[in-house]
Ligand binder design. Structure first.
Ligand code: FNR
Length: 346
């Protein structure tokens, strides 16, 4: 584990104690006001020896909610709640980014008492909210120019709130079929204005969010997660390739803290990306890249040594092993993850 356990400098502002990141993991255990609880404080603090903890996806405003009890970063109580989490992580020598989230068409009016959900286009995602089958996804309202302007502002405000809550930075959730990703894929974006049809147009909203957050908190503290391969809440379309080719060229000109692949299994291949999503990102983006998706410490270390990415995010094994990093250091076996573990915060 030569690579994994050595420090890594993201930039002059942030150096990580090792290259193991805790992946963002939605747990649906915030309180009814979407405020982090004391159990969440302890859950994150137990994992402070990760190089960087990325928080579970955290909604930037009420209409971004698509699942029950997902935390927010838009009220005083939510900011104060997260401050307890970041203080506990910092007290144990850790670092933590907030993952900023708006689910777009994967939101449901049930959660915020609204009339509609917002998305690039009036195209519903199929199905219903997991474990709440009566909540069938609705046809969204296509965001107006005023809606888009407000969304960009609300992302920047949530980033500022994250800094006030003591986070070391933010990861913009641009992956997994949620709002930002919806703009980047033809299956969800059929707009005919300056936010649709061409790569430049389809990347316009995501880049506006990135730039507004950089302007507010600095590029050193801003990261982005993307899913060039459509695999969740999204259909594949070969034309998406040129959208991501363009987006990555643009992102490389900004000094983000890192770029993070969004995927569950990195052995998955995509015809229109000519292979895996991580190999595609690596060949189009030379700055710090975070790999993820089905890795063990050993296979992740090998991938870093082979230059496939620079940092490794670990998801499910971190749910099963609060002491994941200590186990890797000691060469001890890890407890295997199972879905029943989602029922409690150990
Ligand atoms: C996730 N994942 C995820 N991704 C994300 O960007 N934001 C999130 O809030 C969540 N939430 C979430 C919850 C649960 C229960 C799982 C299992 C996954 C995806 C996660 O970050 C990671 O990409 C995958 O779990 C793949 O990595 P592992 O688990 O194979 O190491």
């Amino acid at each position: 584990m030569d690579k994994l356990l050595t420090p890594y400098s993201l930039n002059p502002t942030l150096t990580l104690q090792n290259r193991i990141l805790m992946a963002p993991l939605t747990r649906c255990m915030a309180d009814p006001d979407l405020v982090p609880t004391q159990a969440m404080v302890e859950y994150y603090a137990r994992r402070a020896d990760a190089g960087l903890i990325i928080s579970e996806a955290t909604i930037i405003r009420a209409d971004g909610q698509g699942y029950p009890n997902t935390p927010g970063l838009f009220t005083r109580a939510q900011i104060d709640g997260w401050r307890k989490v970041t203080e506990a992580v910092h007290a144990k020598g850790g670092k933590m980014f907030a993952q900023l989230w708006h689910t777009g068409r994967v939101a449901h009016p049930h959660f915020f008492g609204g009339e509609y959900v917002l998305a690039p286009s009036a195209l519903a995602v199929e199905g219903s909210v997991p474990r709440m089958r009566e909540l069938v996804y609705t046809v969204p309202k296509a965001a107006s120019h005023a809606d888009i302007k407000q969304l960009v502002e609300d992302y920047a405000q949530a980033a500022a709130n994250a800094m006030e809550a003591g986070f070391d930075g933010v990861e913009i959730h641009g992956a997994n079929g949620y709002l930002i990703d919806q703009f980047l894929h033809h299956a969800a974006n059929i707009r005919t204005d300056e936010y649709g049809q061409t790569p430049e147009n389809m990347a316009r909203f995501p880049l506006a969010v990135v730039d507004s957050i950089i302007a507010r908190i600095g590029s050193d503290r801003t990261a982005l997660r993307v899913s060039p391969g459509a695999y969740f809440n999204m259909g594949a379309d070969a034309r998406d390739r040129e959208v991501f080719d363009y987006l990555l060229t643009q992102l490389e000109q900004r000094d983000l803290a890192y770029l993070h692949l969004g995927i569950f299994d990195d052995s998955m291949t995509f015809d229109y990306l000519d292979g895996t999503a991580s190999a595609y990102l690596r060949s189009h983006y030379r700055k710090t890249l975070v790999g993820v998706g089905g890795y063990s410490a050993e296979t992740g270390d090998n991938a870093i040594t082979a230059g496939k990415f620079d940092l490794l995010a670990i998801g499910r094994p971190f749910i099963a092993n609060p002491d994941y990093v200590a186990r890797v250091k000691a060469g001890q076996p890890v407890v295997e993850y199972s879905d029943e573990m989602l029922a409690s915060l150990i």
